[in-house]
Design a protein. Structure first.
Length: 175
């Protein structure tokens, strides 16, 4: 179980730390998705690596055993909103880290037009101005599940919930 005060790392570091191509790609993703640091990116790369590893293991099993495990894995990725309902294991192997990053609350807030930049979306979430349904979420890396996209809005007590707020007028004119 482990000590709750000493949490384990949820990411794996790159094998080649000074690979220039990888460093450029990481910087592009950090800027595009407004990540705080590379550890956030590595966490999603590790999560994707584990999904793909499970899919490869399932593909090596006999077909009658594979179907049950594949259904569980595809259903999990469907609930998160990464895959369609009728996806197969080959589709899991085709996933990219951008597919996971697109499901983050910070990215969703920006793409829905609630913020004028990806960094403003992060600030609004951390300061408690964004709600999913009735819950205020203060974690930019919260994975928005399928069906929660329609529930994204400004929080009830937030000044942004007022349609006459200056930021909302700027966002409305930009769109």
């Amino acid at each position: 179980m482990g000590d709750p005060k000493r949490q384990r790392r949820k990411y794996e570091t790159p094998r080649r730390p000074w690979d220039m191509v990888r460093l450029r790609e990481e910087l592009r993703l950090i800027g595009e998705y407004g990540l705080r640091n590379k550890r956030e990116l590595w966490r999603y790369q590790t999560m994707l690596s584990r999904f793909r590893h499970r899919a490869r293991i399932l593909l090596a099993l006999p077909p009658e055993v594979r179907e049950e495990g594949a259904k569980i894995l595809v259903d999990k990725l469907y609930r998160v909103g990464i895959l369609p309902k009728d996806a197969d294991l080959d589709r899991i192997l085709d996933l990219r880290v951008e597919d996971l990053l697109d499901r983050r609350l910070q990215t969703m807030v920006y793409k829905l037009g609630l913020a004028k930049s990806i960094l403003q979306a992060r600030q609004m979430i951390v300061h408690g101005h964004v709600a999913v349904g009735d819950r205020i979420i203060r974690i930019p890396s919260y994975m928005v599940k399928r069906g929660e996209e329609e529930l994204l809005r400004y929080a009830y007590g937030s000044p942004y919930s007022n349609p006459d707020h200056p930021i909302r007028r700027i966002i409305a004119t930009a769109a």
